[in-house]
Design a protein around this ligand. Structure first.
Ligand code: HEC
Length: 259
């Protein structure tokens, strides 16, 4: 052991191994022991650090002629000495296996969240098909409001909301229903200035009617748990629950610009 530690070749290997361990695990796990927060180092940064250290090690071993010779000796010995045949055979097996494993590890499919930015409020379609009937979204207002049936619609929406929507969107319409934590993306809060207050009622009608499955591509790739309510509610019921959301949260929908 002592003998090996004096050889530049094994010293270089040792420096590389210790550096790798420190970068890969040390940075992430040692500071927390002292109450300092840390995080794992990204793989690309690990590679950069290791390359820099490898260059430094090479500069050091090649700095003096004797050290350079001493550094090369174990490599040369392993490759040419007749009594090192076993080492050569072992290297011939281990090296291709290692390359094979690294290649496999890089190309194997991994389960990670897909990259890409999800649009929380993608552009709505101009019209949708509601159980076979065409409903205009663009420029449309809530028909129940126009017909002056606000109170009746509120009552209907109230019942629907607390029966169908509360488990996810919460009894306070704040997106904190009992099941909310179980979903990614989480159910959206429906009260406050930055929520459906920014949307027209027909937009909300579309989102309630078509749910997560009806989101356009920009709304993907995450799976939204928002059900498509057209399967369970009539068109009138969806307008009613939409009206209820605004009334209950005390906000007014965005209106269409007059042309
Ligand atoms: C199973 C859980 C679940 C239920 C039940 C549910 N939602 Fe959702 N809802 C979600 C999730 C998750 C999102 C966020 C992802 C998305 O936009 O599709 C969402 C989004 C929404 C949005 C879009 C808000 C925005 O700012 O774009 C509206 C509106 C909405 N829900 C209304 C309702 C109504 C009305 C009901 C009841 C009829 C309901 N939801 C029932 C899970 C649910």
């Amino acid at each position: 052991m002592r003998r090996y530690l004096k050889e530049p070749f094994w010293q270089a290997i040792l420096v590389l191994l210790i550096s790798y361990a420190l970068i890969e695990w040390g940075i992430a796990y040692i500071p927390p022991l002292f109450g300092v927060s840390s995080a794992p180092v990204p793989q690309s940064v690990v590679i950069q650090f290791m390359l820099t250290i490898a260059v430094a090690v090479l500069v050091w071993v090649s700095e003096k002629e004797e050290r350079w010779k001493a550094f090369k000796r174990p490599i040369r010995d392993a490759l040419v000495l007749p009594d090192r045949k076993r080492t050569r055979v072992a290297l011939m097996v281990i090296f291709p296996l290692l390359v094979g494993f690294v290649t496999y590890d890089t190309v194997r499919p991994k389960v990670t969240a897909p990259a890409g930015i999800r649009a929380v409020h993608p552009a709505p379609p101009t019209q949708i098909d509601y159980r076979g009937e065409m409903v205009r979204i663009e420029g449309a207002d809530n028909p129940l409001r126009e017909e002056g049936r606000i109170e009746e619609a509120y009552e209907m929406g109230f019942e629907i909301y607390y029966r169908d929507c509360m488990p996810c969107h919460g009894d306070y319409l704040d997106g904190q229903g009992h099941y909310a934590d179980g979903f990614s993306p989480t159910p959206l809060p429906l009260r406050g200035g930055s929520t459906i207050a920014q949307l027209t009622e027909s937009y909300v009608f579309w989102r309630v009617a078509k749910g997560g499955p009806g989101l356009p591509r920009e709304g993907n790739p995450w799976n939204s748990a928002m059900p498509a309510w057209e399967d369970f509610l009539t068109e009138e019921e969806v307008w009613a629950v939409t009206l209820f959301l605004y009334e209950q949260a005390g906000i007014s929908p965005r209106t269409w610009e007059e042309h």
